[in-house]
Design a protein around this ligand. Structure first.
Ligand code: 5GP
Ligand code: SF4
Ligand code: MG
Length: 465
């Protein structure tokens, strides 16, 4: 998911809409904005679909007045079940002591089910099926006085990954979990302050990047400026390494490093670790593009656009019938036949999850007359589900959970298949001596199976680490 908030600008919701549009890659299912105006109080709008199709309509934006607003773009993750429902779309808003609050959450709470059971027993009335709603109820029940104090109190009971943008009637609040699994940055524009999942959304409204919100930090922003608190026990941070591989936008800066440059460097490492003689290096667009550029630069094999992406397809698509669903990949990607025919092709993609994308692409490339197909993957084999906010399927459905690399190669029926090593990935994102096995610098659980936060709800349901 993506979160964004603004304080101190006239019609803050308009800026939030722009910010959410720049964060659309983090969630395409739905979006929402809550604003506050001194005369009109809180207002909220939540819609399915793209930001540009909803939050550009003047009639809707006029209902969101005021100098303070937050927003959320939703991407449903592992925990959510059944068809999408509008009651699960954030931000969540609740009125309670001290005037109430609205919150937008990126990440996943790993003890949400246990918390929900306890809260319901004590009389809380839940409106949604979302893990994030627990936070509002914990805040409402807290015995602390101010809302930031209630929020600290609530979050000390919450386990898992959270980057949160919240608001009260007068304050914009940003928090990151102690491990800092998901990103969150602070920016400034004119007299206003901005919180955003990524820096690319600061650029769109001309805001200046000030700094990242630190792992375990809470920032409370009012018209008097920014206050910083550290409510949690200090731990060493474990940022999601998959943000660098796939999730973040390549024009964002994370930890002082360009996401694009990290991805290009992954390609460089891949070319060193897994060279192969071939005629062309082609990305699986768009997620494989920077790594393919790096692979080509390091290997000296020409880069070419062997697969063309239909720009009018999002990352997700509503697939009504079985027949159309089977066409899925072809609706989005097509082979540049004239280029591929008779060539030995290296295909670079960011990840193999179920293997559906790679299988279909391989078929298309062979149909187009390629002589050889070599897959190079910009992440290690995805063998474990993510419980911290990325939608990976159950373990059984992950190709790498049940097959060795050679079995995957046979299954995909390609001439060769190589994944970057975990150490190579760490080197590419700036850790020159690779992964510190005693104390890994990142979360890499989907590759290593080492979960930095025990996923207690899942363990209760029988998940074995
Ligand atoms: P597969 O087809 O193997 O199941 O999935 C791999 C493809 O899905 C890759 O091309 C990758 O770009 C994309 N992908 C990887 N992670 C995610 C994710 O978390 N969400 C979505 N929607 N796509 C992903
Ligand atoms: Fe990121 Fe993977 Fe960790 Fe999930 S399990 S937070 S995707 S590194
Ligand atoms: Mg892809």
């Amino acid at each position: 998911c993506g979160v964004f908030g603004v304080i101190g600008l006239t019609d803050a919701a308009n800026f939030v809409a722009l910010g959410l549009h720049a964060l659309q890659h983090r969630g395409q299912e739905a979006g929402g904005i809550v604003s506050h105006d001194p005369d009109q109080g809180f207002n909220s709008a939540r819609r399915f679909g793209y930001v540009r199709d909803n939050f550009t309509r003047q009639s809707l934006m006029e209902t969101l007045p005021g100098p303070l607003a937050i927003g959320h773009v939703r991407y449903s993750t592992a925990g959510s079940k059944g068809p999408a429902q509008i009651r699960d779309v954030q931000p969540f808003f609740g009125e309670f002591a001290m005037g109430g609050a609205a919150i937008a959450h990126n990440g996943n709470i790993t003890n949400a089910e246990a918390l929900r059971r306890e809260l319901i027993e004590r009389g809380s009335i839940f409106q949604s099926s979302s893990d994030s709603e627990c936070i509002i109820h914990l805040m409402a029940r807290s015995l602390q006085r101010t809302i930031p104090e209630r929020m600290e109190d609530a979050l000390r009971r919450v386990e898992g990954a959270f980057s949160i943008v919240a608001m009260t009637r007068t304050k914009l609040i940003g928090v990151r979990d102690p491990l800092g699994v998901r990103p969150l940055v602070l920016g400034q524009v004119g007299d206003g302050w901005v919180l955003s999942s990524e820096t690319c959304a600061l650029d769109i409204i001309g805001a200046r990047f000030v700094r990242e919100v630190e792992p375990g930090e809470m920032v409370v922003i009012t018209d008097k400026g920014v206050e910083s608190h550290f409510p949690f026990r200090k731990q060493s941070s474990r940022f999601c390494i998959f943000e660098h591989v796939y999730f973040s936008r390549p024009d964002s800066i994370i930890g002082g490093r360009s996401v694009y440059e990290n991805r290009r460097q992954i390609g460089v490492e891949l070319a060193r670790e897994a060279p192969v003689d071939a005629d062309l290096v082609c990305p699986v667009p768009d997620s494989g593009t920077p790594a393919a550029i790096g692979y080509s630069q390091e290997s000296g094999i020409p880069y070419a656009m062997g697969i063309i992406r239909n720009q009018y397809m999002g990352r997700t698509f509503i697939e009504p019938t079985e027949q159309i669903r089977n066409m899925g990949v072809r609706l989005k990607l097509n082979v540049n036949r004239a280029l591929i025919q008779g060539k030995r092709v290296i295909l670079v993609d960011d990840s193999v999850v179920r293997g559906t994308t790679s299988r279909k692409i391989k078929e298309m490339i062979l149909d187009a007359g390629a002589k050889e197909v070599h897959f190079r993957i910009a992440s290690p084999p995805t063998a474990w589900p993510c419980f911290y906010g990325v939608d990976t399927p159950q373990r059984e459905k992950l190709l790498a959970a049940t097959m060795s690399e050679e079995e995957m190669r046979e299954h995909l029926n390609v001439d060769s298949l190589k994944f970057i090593t975990l150490d190579g990935l760490y080197r590419a994102v700036g850790e020159s001596s690779g992964r510190n096995a005693k104390c890994p610098q990142y979360c890499d659980a989907c590759f290593s199976g080492e979960y930095p936060v025990t996923p207690s709800d899942m363990i209760e349901k029988g998940f074995e680490m």
